[in-house]
Design a protein around this ligand. Sequence first.
Ligand code: SF4
Length: 688
Amino acid sequence: ADMREERINKTKTVCTYCGVGCSFDVWTKGRKVLKVEPQPASPANDISTCIKGKFGWDYVTSEERLTKPLIREGDYFREAEWEEALMKIYKEMTALKTNHGADSIGFISSSKATNEESYVMQKFARQVIGTNNIDNCSRYCQSPATKGLFRTVGHGGDAGSIDDIASADLVITIGSNTAESHPVLASRMKRSQKLSNQKLLVFDIRQHEMAKRADAFYRPYPGSDLVWISAVTKYMIDQGWHDEAFIKENVNGFEAFYDSLASYTLEFAEMNTGLDKEVIKEIAQTISQQDKVAICWAMGVTQHQQGSDTSTAISNLLLATGNYRKHGAGAYPLRGHNNVQGCSDFGSIPNFMPGYEFVTDDEVRSRYEEKWGHPLPNEDGKDNHEMIRSIHDGDLRAMFVLGEDTGVVDSNINYVTAAFEKLDFFVVQDLFLTKTAEYADVVLPACSSLEKEGTFTNTERRIQRLYRALEPLEDTKPDWEILTLLAKQFGYDWDYQSPADIMEEAASLAPLFAGVTYERLEGYNSLQWPVAPDGTDTPLLYTEGFPFADGKARFYPLTYEPNYELSETFDLHINNGRLLEHFHEGNMTYKSPGITRKTPSAFLEVSEELAKERGMKEGALVKLTSNAGEATVTVTVTDRVQGNQLYLPLNDNGKSAVNLLTDNSVDKDTNTPAYKEIAVSLEVLRKQ
Ligand code: SF4
């Protein structure tokens, strides 16, 4: 260790922030992070990074890091040794399991932890405890996109690579604040626009940076994307602009699908989206004139009561125009967290084993049962949303949350934290004493990504290795090691010496990762799943057809159900999203003084019209009230939002004003909170 302190070390790692998955060398001296240096060999980012990847590392050495396990004593925590903490978890969970059954316990995995850690977390839930109650934060963001893709094309991941987005003739973004949420990807788009004449259409209710740069910017009513997408699809088919040959060869169900579009007339679209009939025609024309169309979307699509349906409509449109099975085209749900793709891929979801094989499939389960030497639960478990509800109902009595500040990021947090208070036993494993951890009975101190090995999977299904740049801080341990020790406490000897052993096991069980090995991922090498046993990976999906029995994709008919409107009391729509400088709830980025100086807290964006109408000036203080709760925030007046629409960044230094307002409404197919469908009233407390 002394030697290391003298020297500057360069270690390859992968960014811990967003789903673009930038990789770079991190320069360290002792425990100091000196700088990061992206490499020409970095597959997703070449030599770029954004402000977070470059400067967002102070949290690793923050004084606020947990360094010892904590055990609750009344209103306080006391420090404990690992042995005692793990023994306590063993005793409490065993008692609950004996008295109330395995399904009285629930697990939430982390999209910031590695693939190997997601794998051991789901293994712990299924093998050691015996429940499928395990989920992760993709439930808050992209589950609807995955659902829409499963319904139509069969794989829940991006159709191609970031290179394909960069080489499309036309890129359409819907409900994505790309420049702030996926900065390096946005830079690639900007470059393509400039150098290769790529066209960009942006659909959003807020005029963000990409909207200003777009060839055309459209502002449909909040939550109405399903309508214009379906109307555009219908109009193209009516004009004979669809790709008949592609459909004939590749897609089932065209007739029924076309029939289902009957109601999506230009008039209907104009009425429901606010986009003029001529505009709908113009969009249809633009799309059908381009050879290669890529559609990118994010939370502006998914976090609605019809988030899955709207994602499905996007895929329908791409199928109708033959925009799959070729480079430069396809569906690109942009994954938020660095490893939110991988966390689901490796099985931390209630209905899938690793690699998206159903827990209800006997053949699949028996493969795992044989390897793990233990019968496994055969019914779908509860997702995040159902777990919280089930705590209120008295059925779920214990939770284990790994690296997720659920009490800040879930919708309707008053309801969520009230649930935490009802738990008989609560374990949180994290780097910090988060808001969520404050409710725990046992808190386990984990390592940051710089202090461990493993792999992350980015938005383009790319699996990349990270290497240990720093020794674990004091008494902290990597998540995989903690779970391995805990399993041992329960009498299960997993015998993993390193994350490589875990990946080897996962690859031997899940066909999607059959050829994934640490050797093949050495250094800056990477693999995009599915990976065949011989190591051949899949930068572009569906080249051999779609993963259904007959190799064909399917059109999926949809019905629009408007289910959200403003009322006299709640007369303003509030939207939310990210800021460039901060990440998510801000547990990490707010620990960087440079970043925090630049953007100290979040402001409520208010349109010029509304500011005038209500007599508010820059800096005004207002109270927002929704049917779920209230929050007090400071106002900034901007032309990014219009009319009676408000925007509140969710990166808010732990105050989470947004989720004091969001309620329990969810996407009807995946239970993803409808964060984007909140109506509020506004009371001015101070005018400027
Ligand atoms: Fe990290 Fe995303 Fe920024 Fe790349 S774009 S450096 S992955 S936060």
